[in-house]
Design a protein around this ligand. Sequence first.
Ligand SMILES: Cc1cc2nc3c(=O)[nH]c(=O)nc-3n(C[C@H](O)[C@H](O)[C@H](O)COP(=O)(O)OP(=O)(O)OC[C@H]3O[C@@H](n4cnc5c(N)ncnc54)[C@H](O)[C@@H]3O)c2cc1C
Length: 400
Amino acid sequence: MNKIYQTAIIGGGSAGLMTAVELVSGSDALKGSDVVILERNDRVGKKLIATGNGQGNLTNLNFGAEFFYGNSNFINAFIESAKEINLIEYLKKLGIYTFANKEGKVYPLSRQASSVLDTIRLYLNKRGVEEITSCKVNKVEREGNKYKIQAEGKTFYAINVVFAFGGAVAKQFGTDGSAYALLEGFGHKCTKTYPSLVQLKTELDKIRGLKGLKEVAKVTAIKGGKELMSVTGDLLFTEFGVSGSTIFSLSACVVDKEDVTLKVEFLPDLNQEQIESILLDREQYCAHLQDEYLLGLINKRVGQAVLKAARSKCAKDVAFALKNFTLNVTGNLGANYAQVTKGGIKTDYVDENSYQSKLTKNLYIIGEALDVDGDCGGYNLTFAFVSAIKCAKSIKQSIR
Ligand SMILES: Cc1cc2nc3c(=O)[nH]c(=O)nc-3n(C[C@H](O)[C@H](O)[C@H](O)COP(=O)(O)OP(=O)(O)OC[C@H]3O[C@@H](n4cnc5c(N)ncnc54)[C@H](O)[C@@H]3O)c2cc1C
């Protein structure tokens, strides 16, 4: 006779692991042996340890609905949940102490995402939660009042099932989008998905020869004359277009749109008039300066590209070109290079407070699997953790 778990969690990523943590915590805790995590990789938390360049950008002090994409009611409810839970305090109780950098990005004090995974696993192992790895779930069915969960050569039964299988990008971490199909039989549909937080492809003529060069700039994404988003920071030129922190952030509002242009403003600490005045000053002490106008102000080769784009080589036009260097976006580098999925399981049929399906009882969907994505800066882990904690609290409540 097969064991019937109280809760089976499909996916041992950030959301799945945090669900297990909350399930076995507090006065209403489930027994660890009543909870099982089913993970297709040979280890749980493979993606978690790669986050934030291995440092784990867990959340952000600057927090609000404006940093997330998806259904606004669903996101507003999540923001309320996040306030109620206070993730930084929650992590501290688990033994994960954090600090915030000057941009508000929150990391573990150890600066090691792997230490976050180790702490969570220690907590779960101590409480006897079962972790079954190399276990790719390929079918889930309702059988009476329980779920039958089938993986290669194995069958599991559980009263509650939590779908925490992630999205459709970064397949090297086990997330290739194939798991969306597990929910089809329950009537849960997936939206079109896009890779997000990813490098962008652009027209190449204007930036040929700049590969590998990095500048600090303000970059604005524009569509149909409307500014979508502006970010100031690193801009890296690549062989296919642009990358760097500005582009990762902007990509969140670009990847699902066509005909987007990037406006690059170099020398973000100086305005156009100040630059023009600097250039005119230079002319004073050196005639025929035009080709060297930008020497010492920005990288020489980037300067040459800007001069090429300027209407003329007079100070006014060059200053304008420095503040209005445009690049048309032609695509992105794709799912293998992206950090998060834009799109996912539609949220219309998922309760925004409990994360329980509105179509099938005791079925929960959390984390990146859902059609919610966040900006760069710790927002996606925040959604994974908070949706997990809320879902687990709701499961415990339903058992009480
Ligand atoms: C390189 C990189 C860096 C990132 N850095 C950050 C960062 O610093 N801050 C931030 O907020 N976000 C970051 N993200 C995004 C963040 O990691 C994810 O949004 C988050 O991990 C989503 O959590 P999740 O649990 O929903 O999905 P995941 O963490 O992707 O976990 C899903 C798990 O489900 C498993 N799975 C899938 N299908 C099945 C199946 N059929 N059966 C069993 N198991 C299955 C997968 O193997 C995986 O382990 C980063 C992403 C990447 C790729």
